[in-house]
Design a binder for this molecule. Structure first.
Ligand code: C5P
Length: 244
């Protein structure tokens, strides 16, 4: 895709991407060539990362759709850009954990890192950078009017279906899905998965315990090592097929 000109209207800018208006009900999600960690405390240029993220997220959404899971994905627009449907995003981060890691280990030190969680744990966090995306009590989203009573189960069910699809996809490629985060939006027929699914939002490890995700950067602060991991992830996943 040609570089984006100033003609496109910026709708939203987050830490890892910008969203531009692209016709009625549609937008371009453009990934930055940057990596950030620890809620923006670390930030580095990472040339090429945007394209790996756009291609991998497109591939992951195509996978979910092949499982009958609705997403905001329309097509991969090449380079750093993905065409999406605009949607009413719910201010929650939905995390699914198959193994103990990261913030779960921190808040429950009695657990051992990589203990298997059977069944997987689904967490809802309130999406607010200033508050550090706090973990919610399961009833909080209903109390706050973010979710209706029956939506609480529906969102957990959706998260577990996404987990099944992603876990088996990466298992077939020799990697274990430790945990991941998704975001969800509403449309008139229910929920759909939105935002991104990349090495920034999943933890994936090989049988030797090597990471192919943002943990590489969190630990080493090396963008070079991170990009090597992201190239390997995309090679393993394969390129998206729906181009535009
Ligand atoms: O840090 P924590 O252990 O809670 O992260 C769980 C999973 O959610 C990890 O895969 C991490 O990359 C992802 N995550 C995310 N965005 C956040 C917080 C966590 O993608 N704001």
């Amino acid at each position: 895709m040609a570089p984006l000109s100033g003609a496109l209207r910026l709708l939203y800018e987050g830490k890892s991407k910008r969203i531009y208006a692209a016709g009625p009900g549609e937008a371009l999600m453009v990934f930055k060539d940057e990596v950030t960690a620890f809620n923006g405390r670390y930030r580095d240029e990472a040339p090429g990362k945007g394209a790996y993220s756009a291609a991998l997220t497109s591939r992951m959404f195509e996978l979910l759709e092949s499982y009958g899971i609705k997403t905001h994905y329309i097509c991969y627009a090449g380079g750093n850009a993905v065409k999406i449907r605009l949607a009413d995003v719910i201010p929650l981060e939905v995390i699914v954990r198959n193994y103990v890691y990261g913030s779960m280990k921190k808040r429950l030190p009695l657990l051992k890192e990589m203990d298997k969680l059977e069944p997987p744990v689904v967490e809802l966090h309130y999406k607010d950078d200033r508050l550090g995306d706090p973990l919610l009590h399961p009833r909080d989203p209903v109390a706050a009017g973010i979710l209706a009573e029956d939506e609480l189960n529906a969102i957990e069910d959706l998260a577990l279906r996404v987990n099944n699809a992603l876990s088996s996809f990466w298992r077939d490629r020799g990697l274990t899905l430790v945990d991941f985060k998704i975001e969800v939006a509403r449309d008139n027929s229910g929920f759909m998965v939105v935002d991104e699914i990349t090495g920034d939002t999943m933890r994936l490890i090989d049988p030797e315990g090597r990471h192919y995700d943002k943990e590489v950067y969190r630990r080493t602060r090396s963008t070079e090592l991170l990009l090597q991991s992201y190239v390997r992830l995309l090679e393993a996943a394969g390129n998206p097929s729906r181009r535009c």
